[in-house]
Structure formats: C-alpha cells, structure tokens
Design a protein around this ligand. Structure first.
Ligand code: MOS
Length: 754
C-alpha cells in the first residue's frame, strides 16, 4: 500500500493553524439575529409564570420566546423523549433553558434575557444518586428515579466468591468530567424561502441535529438541512447537545424569518451541556491463590442528572466493560442510571467506561499486592488473549493485541528492572510505577440498535483530483485525513489530490453519529465501497491502453503500471475515460455485522470487535504536600492497522492528557444543587506544563471488519490513565486512592491516615 500506513499531514492542518477555518462564530448572514438563553437559577422549582414583556422593551430585541411558542413538539429526542427544549411547568436543574431571546446585537440579546421575568416556586431537589433510590426521596423521574438498569449474570457468583482464596471488596467514587473543547457550542439557523430550515455549526452528529430541529419545528426531515462547520473539539460533548443549541437558534429563526446565531459563553456551556457521569462503584472480586479472577460482583451507579439523554446507552457501554479485559466465568453486574436534579450527563470519550475501569483496575492491583504478585503478572494471568471469552460471554474471533500491548508498555517503562513493592521505598519524594489494561468495543454494538451504518460519495475528476463526502464528522480527531488516505489508496492518486466535502445531510444518507470510535471502520468501509467502481473503471481503461488484463494493473500515485513495468499516466487514462463517458462517481454503504445482547443475562456479542491498550505510568509523590507528579506515560494500543501513525500518536497523547486531568485535578463542584465552578479559572484541566513525556506505542493486530484491518480506538487512550496513576500512587506510597481526582488535599489526607 502506498498511502495507508504513511505519516501524512492532516487535511485540516493549514486552515486551522492559519485561522482560515470557519467555525460557528465565524459565520455571518445579512440580517442575522443574536440569540441568548434564559436559564433556571434553581435545581428544582415549579414555574408559576413567565413574563417576556420587559425583554421586548429593550432596544434591539426582536423576539422573546418560551415553550408556548414552539411550533412542533417541545422535545429533543435522544434515546427517550423526556428532554425538553424549554422548560414549561418545572425546572429540573440549575442552568436549564426556560426562554430564548433574539436581538440585533449580542448586548441587546443579553439585556433582553436578563429582563425576562420567570416566577418560581422552589421544590426540594434530589441531589445524590444513592439517596435518589431511597424510599423517602422525592420522585423526579418515573416511580423509582431510575432511567435505566442493566445486568450481567454469568455463572454462579455467590458460590465462586465463597470458594475464593481472596476477596477484595471496595467502593470507588469518580467525579464529573467536563469536555473542555476549545470551541464552545454554537449554531447558525437560516430559514429557507420555502419554509424549511438550514443549520450550520459545531457538532459531531448532523443527523441528530436534523432530527431535533425537525421535531421542534414540526417539519419533515427533508425540510431541515444541516451542514457541519469546522468544529473545535467534541470528545462526546457535541454528540447529543448541539441539537439543543440548534433548536434554540431555529426557534428564533422560524419566529422572525431571519437568520439567528447562538454561540454559548463558556460559563453557560459548562453549566448546561453534558458531562461525564459521576459514579459510585461497589466492587467485590474473588481470586484464587494463584491470582486467577474467579468472580466479579459490581454495582455501578451513575449520577445521570435531570434528563435521560444518553444515559441508557452510556450505562450499557459501561456495563459491558465493567470487569475490564479479563476472563472471568462468574460475573454479576448491576448498573443503575439514576435521575438527580443536576446537569444531564452524557457522552465523553470512553462513554461510561473510565469510571468503572478505575474500579476494575484498582481491584486487580490491590489483589496483586495482597497475593504478593507483581501487578503486571496478575494481569498476564487474567488478560484476554486470542480465542478467549469476554465477561459477557463473547468469544473473540479476531486477534487480541492485548498481550503484545502489555509487553510493549512494560518494556518501554523497563518494568522488570524498576518495579519495587511500596514497602521498599524511602525518602520524602516517592517514585512509583502503575499499570492498567483496557479493552474497548469498536462502533455502537448491540446498544446502538440500527444506527451503525454509514454512507459515502466519491467522485474522481478528469484532472485526477477527487472529492468525497461522508455523513460522519471531523472534530479534530483526524477523520478527513484517514478517509482521504483511503480514497487516495483505492483510486491510486496522491493523498494531496483528495478533497473532503463538509458533511451535509442533504447530500449523504444518514450515517449515524460520529461517536463510539466508529468512523474509521464505518465511513472507511463506505468510502472504500464507493471508490470500488471508479477503481474498476480505471483498471479496465488502463488495461486496454496497456493491452494487459485489468486485474494485473497496479494503480498508485497517479500512474497505472503493467506487470512488465510499462506505465501509463492518469492523464491518458482519464482522457480515455472521458471519451468513453465513464461514470467516475459512486456511492458506498456499510452496515455493521450483527451483534446481540440478552437484557436478562447480559450475555451477547456486544461489539463487532475490540481495541486493546496497556498503560504504564511513572509518578513521584511528595509526602509533605501530597502533590502527585506524573513523570511519564507509556501507552501501547492495538489499533488493528495504523492508517496514519501520526494520527494514532496524536490521539494517544491527547487522550492521555485528558486521562491525567481526570486522575489528578478535574473536579466540578455543586453546592445545594448549584454548580460552583463553571469557568476555566476554577475548573482546572492540564496545561502543556502538566503533561509529561508520553510514549505512544502502536500494536497492529488486524480486525477483519475494518478497512485494511483498522479498528477505531481513539477513546481508549483516556480510559486507563486514571487507574494507572492511582496504582502508581499506591506503589509509591502504599496508600490506595479510591476517589478521583487525586488532588493534593486528598492525597495528603490519605498519607496522614496511613
Ligand atoms: Mo463519543 S463519548 O462515543 O461521543
């Protein structure tokens, strides 16, 4: 292969570093209104009246709208249909939208929003997910405050636990995590003359935005057109919620007949948009004396916030991954997505897995220490390998790159030479090593129902350049680059000759969401299929020009080559195609192979394939201050095939940095149901100075289902970092940290207690 596997420059690199890329806030239309949202100051209250007349008196304010002004349904459908566009009878979290104001300027819109008078009658909020499940708790969703329950029941856990030589039982807590994408949410809505609506803005999922706006405006899907603008980061935070932003802008646009643009400020973005779910994980593991995991009993509670949004599927993914990448014959998992009067939580890189993986990998580490085993050795004894069966009873058909990833990470950190048990450490600054392993289902799997499919269009021009369009999006993860490589490889043209077209719902079929590490596999296969008939036309034409069998012709870099070495430039091949009126454009479609899930037993072929990773982390802990410094991260990932190795390394580096923030510093605080630190001055994320050297190591065990054997993997770099850090902290100090983030205060308290 000439392009697949090579280190190419990102397609969107130049436009982004030069500032030429057009993000939502760069979009202008004549007559465009600015939109502001009125939000609830209460975690829970009854709305007894809304008066917008004060807003309408502000010069420049054109419209102020409430739920009563919604022409279609007051609903943004996600998995269920409980999410409202604008609250009307009751507000259910601090920051919930109540009204929207459209004005000629930002300042007028802001003043107008301030002048909307909403009368509230405060109600008792439900703030803690464990209390929410108690009998006396107010009911805010259904009759049990439960959005969803998932189970795994494999083997006989009680019997296996009784027979176990060691039982490790602990409770773990994980915090909110904010995506902190550089570009806040933003959307431009433009009403069309025939009564439709066009939207452009920041998003991962144009087809979700289309559906949300169609429901809110009461329009057929064909009357709503969504084109993705340049998008400055998503990480899951622009999966479902851009539909809310779009609905708010579209409501103003439809009411006024004018274009309307809504750009969230950072504080309203953090206040009201989705987060990683905080979680409480009660975990009981049984081991044999040789360190074999014989039983796992896990209760995973997700604090889901006020509306269900993506929680049912986040909880499902977490359930499937809850025991980590290990063989375990006896498994009982109960996952509960619980309603509280706080911000609705949703997708964030890892989608329900980082929380439960922190528990799983801490449990394995503790077992190793108590059995006198090296933490790497206990993982080697239990880790999934070729032909093994996962804790949901899925036999792995593809090669499992986990053992090799473990070897690579261990070698990189020099584990065998440098690992010492915590009892042997001395001095005021303690060095420690921690390990973690990860598996991650690629694409939506059985929880994704019928969404796992993708379309593509490819067109080769007569000068040898090509365009392609897909329904999945570029959000910084490198999709345009990888798919351009696929087009270049299939058509035998240089990478530089391929131009991506912005995703447009009027042009490509519904390709599902850009989530779940699914794009390389789904859109990659669709693009490959779209390119196939064009490739065939090139082969046939070149074959006849070279007077050889088309099957024997090689296409690469704009040249067709016969088996005897004679060459034919594309210029001539394409001229002949033109003369013969060849069709050099085509569409492709890929649908995921079947998956399965039994809701009662939690048994099934949950995902079409899995990516794997191993992380080794080096830390130094200051015993006086409790400051944990991460010195280096060694992360090895089985990606099937690295289509662009530079992109793989970039994903490992970025994901590791987010994992580091999750491990050590990111913490969103609520007090009496009000979010306290929705600013970057108070919600701290790692900066370049906090990020240590990251050794990105690539492992390639091909997956048959992916293009060229590639597997999507870009979520898992975040997932194993926090447990590896916590395990390294234990190795350094002998203190087991069971709550994230490991702030200096918590660490110091842990050290004092010891
Ligand atoms: Mo991603 S967390 O599956 O949007």
């Amino acid at each position: 292969m000439s392009v697949i596997g090579s280190r190419v420059v990102r397609k969107d690199a130049v436009e982004k570093v030069t500032g030429r890329a057009r993000f939502a806030s760069d979009l202008f239309l004549p007559g465009m209104l600015r939109v502001k949202v009125v939000r609830s100051p209460h975690p829970r209250a009854r709305i007894t009246g809304i008066d917008v007349s004060g807003a309408l008196e502000v010069p420049g304010v054109v419209v102020a709208l409430t739920a009563a002004d919604i022409p279609g349904r007051n609903c943004i459908p996600v998995v269920y249909e409980d999410l409202l566009l604008l609250a009307h009878d009751e507000v259910r979290f601090h920051g919930e939208p109540v009204a929207v104001v459209g004005a000629d300027t930002e300042a007028a819109a802001e003043e107008g929003a301030r002048r909307v008078e909403v009368r509230y009658e405060a109600l008792t909020p439900v703030l803690d997910p464990l209390e929410a499940m108690e009998d006396g708790s107010p009911r805010i969703y259904g009759d049990d405050n439960l959005f969803k329950r998932w189970n795994i029941r494999q083997g006989d856990v009680d019997e296996a636990m009784t027979g176990a030589d060691l039982v490790v039982e602990n409770t773990y807590r994980t915090p909110y995590q904010e995506h902190a994408y550089l570009e806040p949410q933003g959307m431009l809505a433009n009403p069309t003359p025939e009564g439709g609506m066009e939207l452009s803005g920041s998003m991962q999922c144009p087809f979700y935005v289309r559906e949300g706006v169609a429901v809110v405006l009461g329009l057929p899907l064909a009357s709503v057109r969504v084109v993705q603008a340049a998008t400055g980061g998503g990480f899951g935070g622009k999966e479902d919620v851009p539909s809310i932003v779009a609905g708010q802008a579209a409501l103003v646009a439809v009411a006024t007949g004018r274009p309307a643009r809504l750009i969230y400020t950072r504080d309203e973005d953090i206040l009201s948009m989705s987060k990683r779910h905080p979680a409480v994980i009660e975990s009981k593991y049984g081991f044999s004396s040789e360190g074999k995991l014989v039983a796992a009993d896990v209760r995973y509670v997700l604090d889901s916030g006020a509306y269900s949004t993506l929680s049912p599927v986040v909880a499902w993914r977490g359930t499937v991954h809850s025991v980590g990448p290990y063989r375990c014959p006896n498994v009982r998992v109960e996952t509960l997505a619980v309603a509280t009067n706080k911000v609705p939580c949703g997708a964030y890189r890892g989608f329900g897995s980082p929380q439960v993986l922190f528990a799983a990998e801490s449990q394995m580490d503790e077992a190793a220490h108590r059995l006198g085993l090296d933490p790497l050795e206990i993982r080697r004894r239990n880790a999934l390998a070729d032909g093994d069966t996962t804790p949901t009873g899925q036999r792995l058909k593809a090669e499992v790159g986990l053992p090799e990833a473990m070897d690579k990470a261990a070698l990189s950190v020099e584990w065998t030479r440098r690992f010492e048990p915590p009892e042997d450490k001395t001095g005021p600054r303690r060095y420690g090593l921690g390990f973690s392993v990860v598996h991650y289902g690629v694409c939506l799997g059985a929880g994704g129902k019928s969404l796992d499919r993708a379309g593509a269009l490819v067109q080769l021009m007569y000068d040898g350049s090509a365009i392609f369009a897909v329904g999945t999006t570029e959000m910084g993860q490198g999709m345009q680059t990888v798919l351009s490589q696929v087009v270049a490889e299939e058509l035998g043209i240089p990478y530089e000759s391929v131009k991506p077209v912005a995703p447009d719902t009027h042009m490509v079929p519904d390709s599902g969401p850009t989530v779940a590490s699914r794009t390389t596999v789904m859109s990659g296969n669709a693009v490959r299929e779209a390119a196939a008939p064009i490739r065939l036309a090139l082969l046939e034409t070149a074959g006849s020009l070279l007077d050889v069998d088309p099957d024997t012709v090689t296409l690469a870099d704009g040249t067709a080559t016969a088996p005897d070495g004679r060459t034919m430039p594309y210029e001539r091949v394409l001229a002949r195609c033109f003369e013969e009126k060849r069709h050099l454009a085509s569409s492709g479609w890929f649908q995921s192979p079947p998956t399965s899930w039994n809701e009662d037993t939690g048994e099934g072929e949950a995902y079409i394939t899995y990516a794997f990773a191993a992380n080794a982390v080096e830390v130094e802990v200051d015993l006086e201050t409790g400051v944990v410094e991460v010195l280096a991260i060694h992360a090895a990932h089985d990606v099937g095939k690295a289509i662009n190795p530079m992109g793989v390394e970039g994903q490992i580096e970025g994901g590791s940095a987010q994992g580091l923030g999750y491990a050590l510093m990111e913490e969103l605080l609520y007090e009496d149901g009000r979010m306290l630190n929705n600013q970057f001055s108070t919600y701290l994320i790692p900066t370049s100075r906090d990020v240590p050297p990251i050794h990105a190591l690539i492992v390639e065990h091909p997956a048959e289902v992916g293009p060229y054997g590639a597997k999507g993997f870009a979520e898992q770099p975040l997932m194993g970092i926090a447990p590896a850090v916590a395990n390294a902290v234990f190795n350094a100090t002998g203190v087991r940290m069971r709550e994230l983030p490991i702030t200096p205060e918590r660490m110091w308290a842990g050290l004092k207690e010891k």
